[in-house]
Design a protein around this ligand. Structure first.
Ligand SMILES: Nc1ccn([C@@H]2O[C@H](COP(=O)(O)O)[C@@H](O)[C@H]2O)c(=O)n1
Ligand SMILES: C[C@@]1(CO)OP(=O)(O)OP(=O)(O)OC[C@H]1O
Length: 161
């Protein structure tokens, strides 16, 4: 495998009342949360897929199937950490990651640095290696109608010397 590798991740979860909204391992105050087999942390799922994709290890559902009851309500921080452990076992480490959350509401800017810190903690890297951004969908499409949230992430990995 080459010395540097790029990975891309994309995930979507739908809003549902009576669920907590957890993004990047941080609980965000909102009137509704995201539905999923796990805690439905759409941002961490996109990042996990980007990490696994960078070393061609499949995706989050390959490692943690949603048919497995042991992952019911799973904390996605643990799924991220376990996935990154597999990346490291392949001999790679994170250079940097850049992610975007597409959500009409809630406004995420006040929570962005807390989310970055939370992700950096799971990946044991400096916060400056973690970029998280938010954008609306300008009221268009399912994200624009506040039916769900989209997250996308890219990562760069380098081979450990
Ligand atoms: N859920 C969101 C969405 C956006 N933001 C911030 O607002 C800025 C403007 O958003 P546009 O979609 O109109 O480009 C964006 O750059 C974010 O800083 C947000 O905090 N939370
Ligand atoms: C994380 C897993 C496992 O609990 O379930 P969900 O929370 O439904 O999330 P998804 O993004 O569909 O990814 C794969 C799953 O296997």
């Amino acid at each position: 495998m080459k010395a540097i590798r790029i990975g891309y991740g994309y995930d979507v979860h739908q809003f549902h009342k009576d669920r907590k909204l957890i993004l990047g391992g941080v609980e965000i105050p909102h009137s509704k949360g995201l539905l999923g087999h796990s805690d439905a942390d759409v941002l961490l799922h996109a990042i996990t897929d980007a990490l696994l994709g960078a070393v061609a290890l499949g995706d989050i559902g390959t490692l943690f199937p949603d048919t497995d009851e042991s992952y019911k309500d799973a904390d996605s921080r643990i799924l991220l950490k376990e996935s990154y452990d597999q990346v490291k076992q392949k001999g790679y480490e994170l250079v940097n990651l850049d992610a975007t959350v597409i959500a009409e509401q809630p406004k995420l800017r006040p929570y962005i640095d807390t989310i970055r810190k939370s992700i950096a903690k799971q990946l044991t890297c400096p916060i400056d290696d973690i970029s998280v951004k938010a954008t609306t969908s300008e009221k268009m499409g399912f994200a624009g109608r506040e039916e769900g949230v989209i997250a996308q992430a890219v990562v760069l990995l380098s081979k450990v010397e």
